[in-house]
Each structure stands twice: as C-alpha cells, then as structure tokens.
Design a protein around this ligand. Structure first.
Ligand code: SF4
Length: 363
C-alpha cells in the first residue's frame, strides 16, 4: 500500500487556522478577480467578526484574522453570500493566479474568461476536492509575469487563441488551444491525484506528469508595477494589510466594478487613475518605485505564536529609513510564510541591528 498523504493543514474559510491573534481564515479569489462590492462586503465582515483587516497573500487570496476560535456560522454564511464560497468541498483548491492586468493592458490574450471557466471546471469535478490546498494553477497571458511563480499546472498564451501548457515548476510543454485549457488542466490535476502518494506538488512526482518538449521557465515572477497604467491604477498595500478605511476608499474608487488582487500584495483598480490622490490619502501606495514594493513581511510576533520578531514593526522602520536596496522579506521564524518567489534578501527573526545594517549597506 502506498503511504497516505500527510494531513493538509492549508486554511480555508471552513478550516480556520489558529493563530496567536485569533482564528484566521483564507478566502480564495481565483485569478484575484473580484469586485469593489465583494471586497467591501468582506471588509465589513472582518470588522464585525474579526480584527477588521483584510490581509492579502502572496497568491492573491484574502485572509480575515482575529476571529473567535469557533468561527461563527453567520460569518461563513455571509462570506458565501459575498460570493467567496461557492463550494464547501472545493474551497481550498481554487488556487488560481493569473496575470493581474490581463484583458486591461498588454498581454497576448484576455484570460479573465479562462479564470472563470477553470474555476467552474474545478468545482464541477468531485474528485478534485482532494487536491492539496497548496496546489497552484498559473495562467499567464503571455507577458511572462506569473509563469515563474512555481505553480503546478498552468497556461501561457502565445496569442489570443492558443498557447502552451505549463506542467510543473520549470517546464512548458505541449501546445494547446485556449478553449481546451480548462478541461486539460482538470484532467492533468486528476492524473496528479492518481499518481500522488505523499507529494504536494507536480514537481515532486518521481515521474513527469506528461511527456513533451521541455523549456525552462523564468526563476521568478515579474510584479505588476505600481502606479498609473493608462486609465487604470495599481496600488500597493503596505504589509498586505487593508484597513477598513482603505477598503472604503477602494470601493469609492471603483464602486461595484472589478478589482484584481495581485500576488504582490497590491490591487489593480480598473479605470481608477483619477482616484489616485484619494487612495494615497488613506495610506495606499500609488507611486512606482516606492520602498513598500520591495518589502514584505509575515505577520510575525505577536500575531503568530511562532514569531520571534515583530516583523511588521521592523518592516515599517525599514521603509521609513528609505527601504532596502532590493526585494526583502522579513520572517518571524524559519517557515518564511509569504516569502516572495525568486531572489530576495531573506531576514529570519531579524533585530533592529539587522535592519540598521541593511540600511547602511544600501547607503
Ligand atoms: S514565518 Fe513563522 S512567525 Fe511568520 S507567520 Fe509564518 S509561522 Fe508565523
């Protein structure tokens, strides 16, 4: 008998994670595609039941923290009514990252319809409820921004109607038509489940999932630049923590229109360039090349019981001191939650002296 896979502890709405600041739930947002109204509704739920903050993750999900240990049923029901919980069995497998600007600016294809189709196809296949909660689908519209995210399965557009499958972390194989992509990815995910013993990811399987021409993928993603992009606006959310006033400002800027949560703790706000000043006034970062776009941190101490450092406070002081010279992530312990994919300065349980040295080294 093959060994049973280890328990999957990835949190979801119906499977909270117990943190030092209370229960935390993770709300999947396939492709980061949501709306100003849905974001406002979730923000209000965070205020009513939790700490009030919405936390953006490195996969474009949203987390609500500071909930009671027994997460109230009315909270779960309301998350469903806000559109974030279409399935109680498949909620944790809806891990889809897509090029945040797809269909708005650039790229070779508009992959927004594919995000919706893939999500529907995942939900429609009962066996996929068993996919690991960290299994990731990556849909790159050809600009090359997310294909290097280290996903399990994915697609990179070559033009509006066809592209290549991504199978595993660093390989691109087999040409495919856009209309076939959702079904093909579902079929490959099922094959992964059949072959899986203890593996969480396609790259860990002893044999390749499919045979075909292999091409190396980029080692890292390319974050969406902050600031105005044509009529649209990309705002950085410092430390990935959206406050109630910031959620309200986003809603005021876009109303019920689309909002895209990026995997870089920022938001794409279509047609919101005119609201730039209002969004900056509530602490969202609207300028390119700002220090916040280089600094990320896990929640650290005291929010996380494993934390040996106040990572958020230290990250804020690093930014106040002018920021680091390059991408930097602060972790409260060796688990390095939320660390970016690709090259970065990796600070584990840093002290104030470490931060001062980093600032001096930059100078
Ligand atoms: S890296 Fe460690 S301290 Fe930070 S959130 Fe993860 S477990 Fe907690």
């Amino acid at each position: 008998m093959p060994p049973e896979p280890r328990a999957d502890r990835c949190p979801g709405v119906l499977r909270p994670h117990e943190a030092a600041d209370g229960a935390m739930v993770r709300v999947r947002v396939p492709g980061g595609q949501t709306t100003g109204t849905a974001l406002r509704d979730l923000g209000r739920l965070a205020q009513t039941y939790g700490s009030g903050l919405l936390q953006l993750t490195s996969r474009g999900s949203l987390q609500v923290r500071g909930l009671p240990a027994a997460v109230p049923e009315p909270f779960e029901d309301a998350v469903g009514r806000a559109g974030f919980l279409p399935s109680s069995t498949h909620e944790r497998v809806r891990n889809v990252v897509a090029s945040p600007l797809t269909g708005l600016v650039g790229g070779r294809a508009d992959l927004r319809p594919l995000v919706a189709r893939l999500d529907e196809a995942l939900l429609a296949e009962p066996r996929l409820a068993d996919l690991p909660g960290r299994f990731l689908f990556v849909l790159d519209d050809g600009r090359g921004d997310v294909e290097g995210m280290g996903g399990d399965l994915g697609y990179r557009a070559l033009d509006a109607g066809r592209g290549e499958l991504i199978v595993g972390e660093r390989r691109r194989v087999r040409p495919v038509r856009l209309v076939e992509v959702a079904d093909t990815l579902v079929s490959l995910a099922l094959t992964f489940l059949e072959r899986r013993t203890e593996e969480w990811h396609v790259r860990q399987l002893p044999e390749p999932l499919v045979l075909g021409t292999e091409t190396a993928l980029p080692d890292a993603p390319s974050p969406t630049p902050t600031g105005v992009v044509k009529e649209h606006l990309v705002v950085d959310v410092p430390l990935g923590l959206l406050s109630p006033v910031q959620v309200d400002a986003v809603h005021a800027a876009v109303g019920g229109g689309p909002v895209v949560v990026t995997p870089w703790r920022s938001l794409v706000l279509p047609d919101a360039a005119p609201a730039r000043r209002d969004l900056a006034s509530v602490g969202l970062v609207t300028e390119p090349d700002n220090a916040w776009s280089l600094v990320s941190a896990c929640v650290g101490s005291p929010w996380c019981g494993n934390g040996r450092a106040d990572t958020q406070g230290l990250a804020a002081s690093l930014v106040r001191a002018g920021g680091p010279g390059g991408r930097t992530h602060l972790s409260g312990c060796e688990r390095r939650c939320g660390a970016p994919v690709g090259q970065h300065v990796d600070l584990v349980a840093p002290t104030r002296v470490d931060i001062a040295e980093l600032v001096l080294a930059r100078a």
